[in-house]
Write a protein that binds this ligand. Structure first.
Ligand code: BJ8
Length: 431
């Protein structure tokens, strides 16, 4: 078993999990199926880029090295903030010497635990995330000093009320409308959040620390943006599964290391593009526009690509919505930089905003830019904001003559056959 050095003491990861009060027996069961699933979905792909090896290791060690790093940081007094939304400003957390870790659950495993508290007919992302926390099955939940929630969809905001009975929760108030008042309100929320994290960390956020944090997170976004740009080439130099996995890992890996590894991979992909090398030549190119798909919710992309298509872009918070907003570094003081963060984050086209028509235009642009043959509008079951929005988007895409398939699913495996049939029929129709 791998050993980890924590404050000069050699620990194996099980000791750290024990310290974090993980339910070890069930946790072993949780991790049991991962290697086989990962082999089947990722490692069995032909002609994968070699530099995917770093990301393979991250998943193989999913509750290992990174948990140990966060545990060590917490022991040093650095705040670890568990988050569930791309609206939580990572720059402000980093500037105070803290770290953000995405806690969105993508597994069915802890859902029965969540259903002891929450209704069954609720989005699986909410139930899985909550289930991981209450069942003590996720070391990332356990190592978090505090949870940062946000008033986005109704399900999440009510869930945070119950979550706060189990863990310290700070909730960010979100505007619902993107106008000047909304932006001003959001800026005020970011100032409050800055004060909260300063108190939690005991560190004052300075112009220099915030500027440095903005530059680091911008570099992470730029690396991801480049990765997605490279996917515009035909043949695509990397599969949708692999690219999306990287976007999922962005939520919890160390910012600088992750950026370096994505940039290294991009160099390899650039060579592939120059040499005309890629995966799945002459395969239909698909844009997936969707609710987030957290680890290990790999089902949809795996089915689409197993049916012979290639996913070339994901318009999702585990995709382009995560990295498209670049924060400006212009300005003379902390307030100016926070205004820049407020403006950039408000560009995120989430369905909780009304209206959100800019998302429709964005999907059409992406369809063209990534040279796609069709769009899959994918929705997690019981997610009302996206379900309602997807009706509107579907009509508009059809008006534009864009082949569109609307799908809804959850984290179970029950509907795999049905999804496969619908996807195959769709791909035949656009062949
Ligand atoms: S910015 S998409 S990460 S709120 S939890 S809305 S799937 S019913 S996650 Fe989200 Fe922030 Fe928006 Fe992105 Fe639906 Fe489920 Fe709600 Fe969800």
């Amino acid at each position: 078993m791998r050993k980890y050095q924590v404050e000069g003491i050699l620990l194996d990861i099980r000791d750290i999990w024990k310290e974090l009060e993980i339910d070890l027996e069930r946790h072993d069961k949780l991790l049991e199926a991962l290697p086989e699933t990962y082999e089947q979905i990722f490692l069995s792909q032909e002609n994968r880029p070699e530099r995917m090896s770093y990301f393979d290791e991250v998943v193989a060690d999913i509750h290992g090295t990174r948990v140990q790093e966060l545990y060590e940081m917490r022991e040093e007094g650095k705040p670890i903030l568990g988050t569930f939304c791309v609206y939580v400003p990572e720059e402000i957390v980093l500037a105070a010497g803290g770290v953000c870790v995405g806690l969105c659950g993508g597994s069915e495993f802890p859902i029965p635990d969540a259903e002891k508290y929450l209704p069954r007919d609720l989005c699986p992302l909410i139930k899985s995330s909550f289930g991981f926390l209450v069942s003590k099955l996720c070391p990332y939940c356990q190592v978090a000093t505090v949870i940062v929630g946000e008033n986005t969809c109704d399900g999440k905001k009510k869930m945070y009320e119950i979550m706060s009975e189990h863990k310290d929760v700070y909730v960010m108030e979100m505007p619902q409308v993107k106008n000047e008042e909304g932006l001003e309100y959001w800026y005020e929320q970011l100032i409050k959040f800055k004060e909260f994290i300063e108190e939690l960390s005991g560190n004052e956020i300075t112009y220099e620390s915030l500027l440095d944090a903005i530059e680091r997170v911008n570099a992470k976004r730029a690396a991801l943006k480049k990765l997605y740009e490279l996917r515009k080439h035909d043949p695509a130099p990397i599969s949708g599964r692999d690219a999306n996995l990287i976007a999922q890992i962005a939520f919890y890996d160390d910012v600088d290391r992750f950026t370096e590894k994505v940039n290294e991979l991009n160099e390899e992909l650039e060579k592939r593009v120059e040499e005309g090398e890629g995966i799945a030549e002459e395969a239909p190119r698909i844009l997936v526009a969707s609710t987030p798909m957290p680890i290990p919710h790999w089902k949809l992309l795996h089915i689409v690509e197993s049916c012979g298509a290639v996913v070339v872009c994901e318009e999702s918070c585990t995709g382009t919505r995560y990295f498209e907003r670049e924060v400006s570094t212009e300005g003379d003081d902390v307030e100016d930089l926070i205004k820049n963060i407020a403006e950039a984050y408000m560009e995120t086209k989430c369905a909780i905003f009304t209206p959100n028509d800019e998302r429709i235009e964005d999907i059409i642009e992406k369809y063209e830019e990534w040279n796609c043959d069709g769009v899959i509008l994918y929705n997690l079951k019981f997610c009302q904001p996206y379900a309602v929005e997807h009706s509107k988007i579907e009509s508009r895409l059809k008006e534009e003559g864009i082949p569109t398939l609307r799908l809804e699913s959850d984290y179970s495996e029950e509907d795999i056959g049905q999804l496969k049939t619908r996807i195959e029929t769709f791909l035949e129709s656009i062949a």
